[in-house]
Design a protein around this ligand. Structure first.
Ligand code: SF4
Length: 280
């Protein structure tokens, strides 16, 4: 692992994050040791290493919390997405606690925050997350199958640990979105749909797994496409699954599902504020 001094911790949002209504992104790390086979971040220009090495390296912004303390004022009340090119709760966060430090620095300034992760470690920070008045934690659960998960994201946490973290977050009163993104092959669509419906996420997102020619997230590497072909999952299977999910409620697809949480209710006694006024 490389430790660096970074100059900034909040960057102007671009691409689908910007189109979704976010003003800022926040990435405590560069690189991601979860190393998912389909990760679009592996192909981004800010990652100077070859895509083939994705998942094998990580750079930590060791001054992330200090920077956040100095720069949090500029994102006050605005829509922040954490994280767009890394996972804020990958294993190294357990000891470095950069994500936690950023959260602690942000709470006095109350941005409208979305935390995006595959890491159950997010549950560690429930005490800080509860201090945000406008927050959604999006947890990625791209399949119901541990076999499939191990094929596409062998270094990411087991699915059940993510479900357990989601339960803890929800029990703490935190809005939880479930991102079935990119939607990997599903073994039992009915049972998965029922489980998702029972959980009743704040937002449910699916994403077709395809070659997006450099656009949104599922612009996959060759290895992921090879695995997909090996399993024999295609667009028709995806559509059938999404149609099944839609019997139980709203399903957002791709970019449409990545938008900020509703604005916080006004604090009693404070000046006029807007209820449920999305940035988007
Ligand atoms: S967890 Fe997210 S950032 Fe990390 S490798 Fe997987 S898709 Fe990429």
């Amino acid at each position: 692992m490389e430790l660096i001094e970074s100059r900034s911790i909040f960057s102007p949002a671009t691409g689908f994050i910007r189109r979704g209504g976010f003003e800022w992104t926040c990435n405590p790390y560069v690189g991601c040791t979860f190393g998912c086979a389909y990760c679009y971040a592996a192909f981004l220009p800010q990652n100077r290493r070859p895509p083939a090495e994705w998942g094998k390296w990580i750079t930590a912004k060791k001054n992330a919390a200090e920077l956040a303390r100095k720069q949090a004022r500029k994102v006050a009340g605005q829509c922040v997405y954490m994280s767009s090119v890394t996972d804020p709760y990958q294993p190294v966060e357990r000891s470095l606690m950069l994500t936690r430090g950023i959260l602690e620095s942000l709470t006095p300034h109350q941005p409208r925050l979305t935390v995006q992760t595959r890491g159950p470690l997010v549950a560690r920070d429930i005490d800080v997350l509860k201090d945000f008045r406008s927050l959604r934690v999006n947890v990625s659960v791209p399949t119901d199958s541990e076999r499939v998960r191990r094929m596409f994201e062998p270094k990411a946490p087991p699915l059940e640990t993510r479900w357990e973290a989601m339960r803890q977050l929800k029990d703490a009163g935190i809005a939880v979105g479930v991102c079935v993104t990119p939607t990997l092959p599903v073994e039992n669509p009915n049972a998965f749909a029922e489980r998702l419906a029972d959980f009743a996420p704040a937002v449910l997102v699916c994403q077709d797994f395809h070659d997006a020619s450099g656009r949104f997230g599922a612009d996959t590497g060759a290895e992921a496409r090879r695995l997909l072909a090996e399993i024999g999952w295609g667009l028709a299977d995806y559509r059938r699954f999404v149609d099944r999910l839609k019997r139980d409620g709203t399903v957002y697809e791709a970019e449409a599902g990545f938008f900020p949480p509703p604005a916080a209710a006004p604090v009693v006694g404070a000046g006029a504020a807007t209820l449920f006024d999305d940035c988007a």
